[in-house]
Design a protein around this ligand. Structure first.
Ligand SMILES: [Zn+2]
Length: 326
């Protein structure tokens, strides 16, 4: 086994080292850098790389990284784990989807592999891309509904068999794997283009930030990551599996009009619905019905908007058209 070198970190076999990947300088003189926790196993094996806070309003992944780090012992590991608890630090500091000081490359999850001489966030993406591509065997991008929505346990993967295998490795409770045919602009796209595998995992969002709910999201995500580590033999233990895996495509349902968005109180995430079933009503200020949001096809809801106040074109509902089992 050899040392694992990433950014400022050199982790000898069997050790855990915290450090950063330097990107550039900020106007006040502070460095822009990517914090990393590198756990280099004592024995050889794959490198599983976990990216949190690609969007700054999605801190569930940060808690997930902390929980995973707390239970790993690199002296007992075969392979390595790289945890990025906060990828887009300026966006995290602002608790916004992107860095509010970079309006030209605001959404980090749309601009991969970035550019060495591009806008600020493009440079961050570029630096991250290079290390990810060179070091990682598998990548897990952790997302949530952020400030705008709640998303239930959902994975986006390419239709490549090995990507589906990685998605299935998240284990029990992760039975919805939607297709992202050719991922573009995201860290999994960098992996895909390098002939390797990355997945996008979604859980949580602003409606689930009460102490109990946020803790649950972090723990469910961490258990999924640990299950991936068990599946690929990085840590000991029997990996769990979902009872079955449904697959299909996402429909993002946008508000047909502005008003008060009243989702049906009986709605449940990932329960089968029929085309035409009512998801929500949108009311005007006097309480009169303006519009209904209906299921566009047979399928299921996997996410809903956070705020009942809605304006035309806002994200309302994340709807999965189910096309079969994997
Ligand atoms: Zn996100």
């Amino acid at each position: 086994m050899t040392d694992l070198k990433i950014g400022s970190v050199t982790a000898a076999p069997g050790t855990r080292v915290r450090g950063v990947i330097p990107v550039t300088q900020l106007p006040g003189g502070r460095p822009l850098e990517i914090p990393i926790i590198v756990l280099n196993g004592a024995q050889p094996g794959p490198c599983v790389w976990v990216d949190a806070v690609i969007h700054g309003d999605e801190p569930e992944g940060t808690l997930c990284c902390h929980l995973v780090d707390a239970v790993l012992d690199p002296a007992q590991m075969r392979g390595s784990v790289v945890l990025v608890p906060v990828l887009n630090v300026p966006a995290y500091e602002a608790a916004q989807r992107g860095n509010p000081l970079d309006t030209f490359s605001y959404d980090l999850n749309r601009i991969y592999p970035g550019k060495a001489d591009g806008y600020l966030t493009e440079r961050l993406a570029h630096t991250h891309s290079i290390w990810l591509r060179d070091v990682a065997t598998y990548e897990i991008s952790i997302h949530s509904g952020g400030a705008h929505s709640y998303l239930s346990e959902t994975i986006f993967a390419t239709t490549d068999e090995k990507a589906i295998e990685l998605a299935k490795a998240m284990g029990a409770g992760w039975g919805l794997i939607l297709k992202s045919f050719l991922p573009k602009g995201s860290p999994p796209a960098v992996m895909f283009e390098a002939g390797k595998q990355g997945i996008t995992v979604e859980l949580g969002g602003r409606p689930a930030t009460s102490p109990r709910d946020f803790d649950r999201c972090g723990r469910v995500l961490a258990e999924g990551v640990l299950n991936v580590l068990r599946y690929y033999g990085v840590i000991e233990g029997q990996a769990t599996r979902a009872d079955k895996w449904l697959t299909g495509v996402q429909h993002a349902l946008l508000a047909p009009t502005s008003g008060l968005f009243l989702a049906e109180p009986s709605l449940e995430f990932q329960k089968p619905m029929k085309k035409g079933d009512r998801i929500a009503r949108i009311m005007d200020v006097y309480g009169d019905l303006l519009a209904e949001v209906l299921a566009p096809v047979d399928g299921m809801i996997f996410g809903l908007r956070a705020l009942p106040n809605v304006q035309t074109g806002d994200w309302c509902c994340f709807y999965a058209e189910i096309q079969g089992e994997l």
